[in-house]
Write a protein that binds this ligand. Structure first.
Ligand code: KIV
Ligand code: NA
Length: 272
């Protein structure tokens, strides 16, 4: 039985850290499961990491569902024993912003058509809070996402958030509003460490940080960034290994070692 959304809050109450890794296909789903992640996020970062888009905006719900199903198959193949991680899928841009009805239909597809047990969406605008309330009351667990929210790139860029007093106050207020709307956890991205710490202490739901310091209830990372596979590494998420150059070098060596084909030499032309 996989971990459930509510189990993350129990880990926070018990003082246990929460580790979340992204995955996008069967291979990455198996890797992060074998490594022991508590939760696996099929993040819409796959738009950039896997599909080669310049932002997260173009990825469609159908594409997310396709990648989520593949990830789930990889997780199942890797989880012969031990606790299966919780699987969460991002709702892509414009699947929850247009109306609450559309949001229920989109998030409902995630729960009906994949084994994911929850969705993640960005922001805490009044319309978004109303959508979260509706989703949660429909039986769809929701993870929030504040700070740097990549779907708002055209408004905010990829800059650190929460730098001045007004923006700090807004983030603390938004965190409380997301908890009240019924989110089971909250991702906080690229904000000052002390702000993420204050948020973690003041909320009862788990606060999962990325580029937000160590004083959070848990951490989330884009697995391709951790493995050093991506070409544009965010400065707040340094790689653990230089995966890209290791892979390119190994492939180069293999290509260079290929023997030249040996063909039978052409028969000598008989002398007349
Ligand atoms: O899409 C994603 O990978 C994310 C994480 C950075 C939290 O939202
Ligand atoms: Na995302």
């Amino acid at each position: 039985m996989p971990l459930r959304p509510a189990d993350l809050a129990r880990r926070k109450q018990a003082g246990l850290p929460i580790s979340v890794l992204t995955a996008w296909d069967a291979l990455s789903g198996a890797l992060v499961t074998e490594a022991g992640a508590d939760a696996v996020l099929v993040g819409d970062s796959l738009a950039m990491v896997v599909l080669g888009h310049p932002t997260t905006l173009p990825v469609t719900l159908d594409e997310m569902l396709h990648h989520c199903r593949a990830t789930a198959r990889g997780m199942a193949s890797a989880c012969s024993s031990g606790q299966e991680p919780l699987l969460i899928c991002d709702l892509p841009f414009l699947t929850y912003q247009c109306s609450a009805d559309d949001a229920v239909a989109a998030a409902g597809r995630v729960l009906k058509e994949t084994p994911a047990a929850g969705v993640k969406l960005e922001g805490a605008e009044p319309e978004t809070l109303a959508v979260i309330d509706r989703l949660v009351r429909s039986g769809i667990p929701v993870m929030g996402h504040l700070g740097l929210t990549p779907q708002a790139v055209h408004r905010t860029g990829y800059r650190r958030q929460g730098n001045d007093a007004a923006s700090r106050q807004r983030l603390l207020r938004d965190g409380r509003a997301l908890e009240e709307a019924g989110c089971f956890a909250l991702v906080i991205e690229h904000v000052p460490a002390d702000l993420a710490g204050e948020l973690s202490r003041s909320l009862s739901i788990p606060v999962i940080g990325i580029g937000a310091g160590e004083d959070c209830d848990g951490q989330v990372r884009v697995t391709a960034d951790l493995l050093g596979l991506t070409s544009r590494q965010p400065p707040f998420s340094p790689p653990l290994i230089p995966g890209r150059s290791l892979a390119v070098e190994a492939l180069r060596r293999w290509l260079a070692s290929q023997p030249h084909p040996t063909r039978p030499t052409a028969p000598a032309t008989p002398h007349c």
